[in-house]
Ligand binder design. Structure first.
Ligand SMILES: [Zn+2]
Ligand SMILES: [Zn+2]
Ligand SMILES: [Zn+2]
Length: 320
């Protein structure tokens, strides 16, 4: 989001990985949340934080799940792809259509090999075009539509093609900064800054957006990480629009590993009752940041804020 607001990134672009649409730049950020970049972007779009534009569709292979599909024609009768739009000549006698070589006799005279009727020259025959299958010999006015897998290595000799309906369709979207994007980001960052400044005022050495490796080797990504060399006990803070029980669980575990006091900052100022109870148990302190930049211990407690306890659920449910 910072990249979008500052303009170093224009949008989030899709790629297809293993037959699934993903957004690598987002995937990286969500690594601790288990990926799901598309769902995350969608929920941010619902909130107006991002704006979505349709970029087109791609089709991937239903067989190898990897290859992109490209359009091809196929023989409606034998499914061979070796069916080519060919210019043919039409016999005035029997109406048969055939390539020029099937109208010539050895003497240079034009004879229909079907009905034996003759013409003075080949130019007298009507020209027409047909899709001619080189495998079964059939001609068709319109060929069948098919999609062919580009991943030749993923299939046995001859490759793979299928009816377009059988390929996997992916709609691709680009996500840009939405109308609420900038204020939303500012709220999140301001909460982090306020907490960081307050801890710095208390003499801590403070880092924002820190990645800390604990003694156990576990890497923790923290919104605010404050350390106190003298006393040993530090503080960590997590800023969430609408924190979940999972957030408290992970804060508790991180705080224990880093021997720090944990702070949880709900930026909407509303916290689910279950989250409040869990935070009390876990010795995670819930604090809010006021518009004036003060830190308070007051917040609203709500029952069943959302049944969906997922990362995405809390993003989508938070502004109703
Ligand atoms: Zn394939
Ligand atoms: Zn004929
Ligand atoms: Zn055929």
């Amino acid at each position: 989001m910072t990249e979008l607001v500052e303009g170093s990134r224009d949008s989030y672009q899709p790629t297809i990985d293993d037959g699934v649409v993903t957004y690598p730049a987002v995937e990286e950020t969500l690594i601790d949340e288990g990926g799901q970049s598309k769902e995350a972007l969608e929920s941010l779009t619902e909130r107006g934080i991002l704006e979505r534009t349709f970029e087109g569709k791609v089709y991937t292979c239903p067989e190898c799940l990897e290859g992109r599909m490209t359009y091809t024609t196929a023989c409606p009768k034998c499914q061979s792809l070796y069916i080519v739009d060919t210019e043919l000549l039409k016999c005035g006698g029997c109406g048969r259509t055939a390539p020029p070589e099937e109208f010539e006799s050895d003497g240079g005279e034009v004879v229909c090999h079907g009905c034996g009727s003759t013409a003075e020259s080949i130019d007298q025959l009507e020209r027409t075009s047909r899709y001619r299958c080189h495998d079964c010999g059939e001609q068709h006015e319109t060929p069948a539509h098919a999609l062919r897998c580009e991943n030749r290595a993923g299939h046995r000799a001859g490759g793979f093609a299928c009816d377009p309906h059988d390929a996997i369709e992916h709609a691709l979207f680009q996500y840009r900064l939405g109308e609420s994007g900038e204020p939303w980001l500012e709220t999140q960052l301001r909460a982090r800054r306020t907490i960081a400044d307050a801890l710095a005022d208390r003499g801590y050495v403070v880092e924002q957006d820190a990645t800390v490796t604990a003694d156990s080797g576990t890497r923790h990504r923290l919104h605010v990480h404050a350390t106190d060399e003298l006393l040993g006990k530090g503080a960590i803070a997590a800023v969430h629009e609408q924190p979940t029980v999972n957030d408290v669980d992970s804060l508790e575990a991180t705080a224990e590993e880093l021997s720090a006091q944990a702070l949880l900052v709900p930026t909407l100022g509303i916290v689910d009752e279950q989250v409040v109870n869990r935070a009390e148990q876990a010795d995670v302190r819930i604090v809010t940041v006021t518009d004036e930049g003060n830190i308070e211990r007051e917040y609203e407690v709500s029952e069943n804020l959302s049944d969906d306890r997922s990362f995405l659920g809390r993003l989508t449910s938070s502004l109703r």
